[in-house]
Design a protein around this ligand. Structure first.
Ligand code: GLY
Ligand code: MN
Ligand code: MN
Length: 446
């Protein structure tokens, strides 16, 4: 399998745009994530901070980007780890200052060990400090210390930033709109996620353990070039499908049950996020099918509402209408559609919203409401998930026994375009007949 060939982002253009949005009297400091200890001498796999990666593409830990518009010695400084042959023998290769300069095309690279000395000087005579507050208490304390160092020079006639502005707000608005390279990478992430799901459909058998099915799916992700899942896979058989964030994945998949699979690959630091619900034995029972068809119709109605100019809550509202109609038709709820929606009684079976922004983070950044509190309108280049579901708790006596313990969710990833919704995950079967046919083909393969 050839190595994945992903397009490169124009990081310099992103930094320029961010500096345009900053006040010229501002200075920005954006650290990558801190490595996290898992247990003695073992770290969690390192994943850089998405905002930092968005602006640099630099994947090493212990790195900080500083933007100082108009600074005479260079506007863009990357602080990173210097080369260190001994440490590199233990922990792996480092780009070093020269490598990082070449890779990131910033004006200067300095050692991360010089940050303490250099950064307070960069604050001098700047009015605003742009910094993602509240993400790391350790780094927050360092930033406040550096600001105090700059402040201590006021008797020498220095000014220092009086205001701290959350730079994440500016970056997140940029990240909400995906450019062509990002869309290509998202297509790869969703495509690989979809390949894993299709493989899972073919491999699912009664008697398997949930984690075996997860392993089949994640094996495809890794083999196709994804370094990590975008989030822990959810493989919930039977009543486990009613637990929204179920990740134990250690129960047996039983003949006659459904299995809800919510799994996505991360590729080039972008997330896929797909859910399918399958009959473990390859054929939906009549009761399962009744619920599944309601969720599927709801999902299709919601996708149809993913249109430029419609509000981001419209597609949720469309999904809810169809779910409620289904619940009324199945006599699980009674009354009128409007009354059920008004009272919110459907929330016993549908307790989450219909989707979220998708991008570098699975629950990607960006506001859903405008400053005036109105839901924002969809625009071309936004990417979101559409994922309605119905979950009938096994011990809810108000639900006829026929449907108790059934959990169904169907989730696709959708790009908003002027030509309508572009369903990036459309290659993963979701029609009842298509799902059953793919599962039967898997059985036939042995
Ligand atoms: N996989 C998380 C979600 O669907 O929101
Ligand atoms: Mn999901
Ligand atoms: Mn999702």
């Amino acid at each position: 399998m050839p190595k994945l060939d992903l397009p490169r982002h124009d990081y310099a253009a992103r930094r320029r745009l961010l500096m345009q949005k900053m006040h010229t009297a501002g200075v920005a400091i954006i650290p990558t994530a801190a490595p996290k200890s898992r247990n003695s001498d073992v770290q969690y796999p390192f994943r850089g901070d998405s905002d930092f990666l968005y602006l640099t593409g630099f994947t090493e830990p212990e790195a900080v980007l500083v933007l100082a518009p108009g600074h005479a010695d260079g506007e863009e400084i990357l602080f990173c780890r210097p080369r260190d042959p001994e440490r590199e023998t233990w922990d792996g290769r480092r780009a070093g200052l020269e490598g990082a300069l070449e890779q990131c095309q910033v004006d200067r690279c300095l050692s991360i060990h010089d940050l303490n000395d250099v950064f307070p000087q960069l604050l001098e005579n700047r009015e605003l400090l742009f910094y993602p507050m509240g993400q790391s208490t350790d780094f927050d304390a360092r930033v406040m210390h550096w600001r105090n160092v700059a402040k201590s020079k006021i008797r020498q006639g220095m000014r220092y930033p009086l205001e701290v502005v959350d730079v994440a707000e500016l970056i997140h608005e940029m990240r909400l709109f995906k450019d062509p390279e990002e869309i290509e990478i998202l297509r790869a992430a969703v495509g690989i996620s979809g390949a894993g799901h299709r493989h899972g459909m073919r491999q699912c058998r009664p008697g398997m353990l949930e984690y075996e099915l997860a392993a089949e799916i994640e094996h495809v992700f890794r083999r196709l070039g994804s370094p990590s899942v975008a989030y822990p896979s959810i493989v919930g058989g039977g009543i486990n499908g009613c637990i929204l964030h179920y990740t134990e994945n250690d129960a047996e998949l039983r003949d006659g049950d459904l299995v809800l699979i919510d799994a996505g690959a991360e590729v080039g630091a972008y997330a896929g996020d797909i859910t399918r619900t399958l009959p473990v034995n390859g054929v939906f029972s009549p009761a399962q099918r009744e619920v599944y068809e309601v969720v599927l119709a709801s999902q299709k109605a919601a996708i149809a509402a993913v249109q430029v100019g419609r509000s981001v809550t419209d597609y949720h509202d469309e999904a809810v209408k169809v779910l409620v109609d289904g619940l009324l038709e199945l006599n699980i709820l009674s009354g009128s559609r409007d009354a059920v929606i008004e009272q919110g009684s459907y929330k016993a079976f549908y307790m989450h919203r219909t989707g979220h922004w998708l991008g570098m983070d699975v629950h990607d950044v960006g506001h859903y409401r405008s400053a005036d509190q109105s839901w924002r309108k969809l625009e071309a280049g936004m990417v979101l998930t559409v994922e309605p579901g119905l979950y009938f708790s096994p011990d809810n006596p108000s639900v006829p026994e026929r449907w108790r313990g059934i959990g169904v969710r169907i989730e696709d990833d959708v790009l908003v375009t002027t030509g309508g919704p572009d369903v990036l995950s459309s290659g993963v079967p979701k029609e009842v007949a298509e799902v059953e046919a793919m599962m039967a083909a898997g059985w036939a393969e042995g």
